[in-house]
Design a protein around this ligand. Structure first.
Ligand code: SF4
Length: 402
């Protein structure tokens, strides 16, 4: 049985009822519990529990320090290509968006990787749009091979594949696979994904299981907050994480909490999650899953990231670029402009700008350098760790969205 069957039998409306009608007493009792159920998690993300944010934060901080120590791991995304055959309404790389695109060669990927190594990173997430012509399995393997010798921690966030297509990537040295369901609301999912293989909701949801079968030992999941009701998404992510922990038990599971950011196409979020609700959700995930890595990206502003660091987050991206070639300018000479999936010619004046770069997937909100972020982590009394994987030491986590 895959998670799809589990998901179908999830009593989501009952859980949402708990999340909206729970009592103060139940919140107090749940804060003292260990070994939480999904119903307990629903209690912790309720508006009533928002009134107990302080004790919730204290408990989350305590648990995080107990399980992970005073350590924050750092990673960076490395974008390989912004070519994509899918149309996802909320993404700058959507096929129909008229943007500047490029696919880096393995040699250019190596240059980008070395730039990140020189900043201190040893833990890199390779990100790409989904395009079988430009981003073939063979191409991905070449990129992993180009980096593997020098970069100890490599993960992938690329279009979902069959298990047999993942296997060569694991053999080449990739350890982690990140895939967000984006939204667990089937109706919104259908509205958001109007073209391309990503339209298949179930195939996407089973991706972490196929990746596990291929040998990936770090699995990252998450929802993109801003598409459907955040409590529905959070309950579904929690159910998914619980399933993976039980069924893919040799892997370390991590959960990311990305909120929608501005991008090409200018999509407006359909729902809103406040900063306070994000804090509540981070803490609720920590209480529900004491050993699971919680990931926060540069989508969030510096002040909020700084505040969240000691509360439950264990993995942070820093200094991120969300376009291919962002760290070195690699690939600039190969840029092309596409509209509705076709290359369009531009006038000379439109190409004239010396600063022309590949288009970003989305705008980041924390633009501090990795060193500045590391300094802040030290100021908080925590140790920034650049290497993801100290195998013997502690649980490891990985996943992001830049
Ligand atoms: S979210 Fe991923 S699949 Fe969708 S358009 Fe963006 S890069 Fe392509």
């Amino acid at each position: 049985m895959s998670f799809v069957a589990d998901f179908e039998s999830l009593p989501i409306s009952d859980l949402l009822d708990v999340a909206t009608t729970t009592s103060r007493e139940l919140v107090q009792d749940t804060l003292l519990k260990t070994d939480l159920t999904l119903t307990d998690f629903a209690v912790l993300i309720s508006p009533m529990a928002a009134g107990s944010l302080e004790p919730l934060c204290r408990r989350s901080q305590q648990l995080t320090q107990q399980r992970f120590g005073k350590v924050i791991r750092l990673f960076a995304p490395l974008y390989l290509s912004n070519e994509c055959i899918n149309n996802c309404q909320y993404c700058g790389f959507s096929r129909d968006n008229p943007i500047f695109r490029v696919t880096l060669s393995a040699e250019e990927v190596k240059r980008e990787g070395r730039a990140l190594l020189s900043q201190g990173f040893r833990n890199i997430l390779l990100v790409s749009g989904e395009h079988p012509k430009f981003v073939s399995n063979g191409y991905l393997r070449e990129c992993v091979e180009a980096l593997h010798e020098e970069v100890p921690g490599l993960s992938l966030e690329v279009g979902p594949m069959e298990t047999t297509d993942y296997e060569p990537l694991v053999e080449a040295g990739a350890e982690g696979l990140v895939v967000y369901q984006e939204t667990y609301d089937r109706e919104i999912y259908a509205r958001m994904h109007t073209a391309g293989p990503k339209r298949n909701f179930d195939w996407r949801m089973e991706t972490p299981e196929r990746a596990y079968a291929a040998g990936f030992r770090r699995l990252g999941i998450g929802a993109l907050y801003g598409l459907s009701d955040w409590r529905l998404e959070a309950l579904s992510v929690a159910a998914h994480a619980r399933y993976l922990l039980r069924n893919c038990w040799k892997a370390q599971v991590s959960v990311s909490l990305p909120r929608l950011r501005p991008c090409a196409g200018e999509f407006e979020p359909l729902t809103h999650m406040t900063d306070r609700e994000l804090v509540q959700l981070v803490c609720a995930f920590r209480l529900m899953f004491p050993d699971v890595g919680l990931v926060l990206s540069t989508r969030e502003p510096a002040r909020l990231r700084d505040g969240l660091m000691p509360l439950g987050i264990t993995l942070l991206s820093a200094g991120s670029h969300t376009e291919p070639g962002g760290y070195t300018g690699a690939g600039k000479s190969k840029l092309h402009h596409t509209k509705r999936g076709h290359i369009v010619e531009l006038g000379a004046s439109e190409w004239a700008s010396p600063d022309l770069n590949a288009t970003r997937q989305f705008d980041i909100a924390d633009s501090r350098s990795p060193e500045e972020v590391a300094r802040h982590i030290r100021r908080l009394g925590y140790e920034p760790v650049w290497k993801d994987w100290d195998a013997a030491l502690s649980p490891c986590e990985m996943s992001t969205n830049a």
